[in-house]
Ligand binder design. Structure first.
Ligand SMILES: Nc1ncnc2c1ncn2[C@@H]1O[C@H](COP(=O)(O)OP(=O)(O)OP(=O)(O)O)[C@@H](O)[C@H]1O
Length: 255
């Protein structure tokens, strides 16, 4: 099944969210199939993070629209119940419980996202720490990690319950080129494990290089959606957003 199938993994229909007079997300719809990677691009303030926020209900809901995840309507559901249905996210800013250890952070993710206990919980935490190359740091305080270490910790806490949908908000910001390359293979590995991925990213070679489809937002609205090749060539996208970066996107597509 893919996003065009009658029952996609995630279906967002006519979502709106305003802050006073500012319409941050304006009638946005999207569909995502299992194991699909949908990239979301757009200039600063286009409404990308607000879209993530209203899908996950953290920290606020949409004013209008329907969101269906795994056949269940979630637009009015409490965030922890959405997580338990199998939708996990990370945040733009590196976020962790700084005074807890790396392992305790991941255990919290597991407890929030599923009813895991005992050996099952321990195995899930071990697996997530191993996957994100954090096993050797498990007893260290989260505050001692580097920027990329903290990003990997957010990812470990998000994937510990093996969610079918992972939403990543600018996971590559602030990383070195080799860290971005490492992150790229991690994300592709999550997809190979069975996760669908919604990815917001300003680093276009990464976004265009791993997404099956790309959606570009501008002024709260969906400007264009299509294959990376079609989107990178779309004159509306070049005018509104890519500008000088269109070469970077083209290079990513070339290989
Ligand atoms: N809690 C809020 N209160 C008031 N305005 C908000 C709030 N959250 C977002 N906005 C505004 O909504 C608009 C969309 O913001 P949003 O963070 O969703 O954009 P974005 O596309 O994710 O941008 P960036 O790429 O810079 O992260 C912006 O004008 C922003 O200032």
């Amino acid at each position: 099944m893919d996003a065009r199938s009658p029952q996609p993994l995630l279906e967002v229909e006519g979502i709106c969210r305003s802050f006073g007079a500012l319409v941050a997300v304006d009638d946005v719809s999207l569909r995502l199939g299992p194991r699909e990677i949908l990239g979301i691009a757009g200039p600063n303030g286009a409404g990308k993070t607000t879209l993530f926020n209203v899908i996950t209900g953290i920290p606020f809901k949409a004013d209008k629209g329907r969101i269906t995840f795994r056949g269940t309507r979630i637009e009015a559901m409490a965030p922890h119940r959405i997580f338990r249905l199998g939708l996990a996210r990370t945040f733009q800013k590196e976020t962790s419980f700084a005074n807890l250890t790396v392992e305790q952070n991941v255990r919290l993710g597991a407890a929030f996202g599923a009813d895991l206990r005992g050996k099952e919980l321990a195995a899930a935490v071990d697996r997530a720490l191993e996957r994100l190359d954090l096993s050797a740091r498990r007893r260290d305080p989260a505050a001692s990690l580097t920027v990329y270490g903290t990003k990997r910790l957010m990812l470990a806490s998000a994937i510990v319950t093996r969610p079918p949908l992972l939403m990543l908000d600018e996971p590559a910001s602030g990383l070195t080129a080799s860290e971005v390359a490492d992150l790229k293979s991690l994300i592709l590995g999550f997809r190979d494990d069975g996760m669908a991925i919604l990815l917001i990213e300003h680093i276009l070679p990464l976004l265009f290089g791993i997404s099956e489809r790309v959606m570009v937002m501008d002024f709260g609205r969906k400007l264009v959606e299509g294959t990376p090749a079609d989107v990178a060539r779309d004159q509306r996208v070049i005018d509104a957003y890519l500008g000088g970066q269109s070469e970077g996107a083209a290079d990513a597509l070339a290989g």
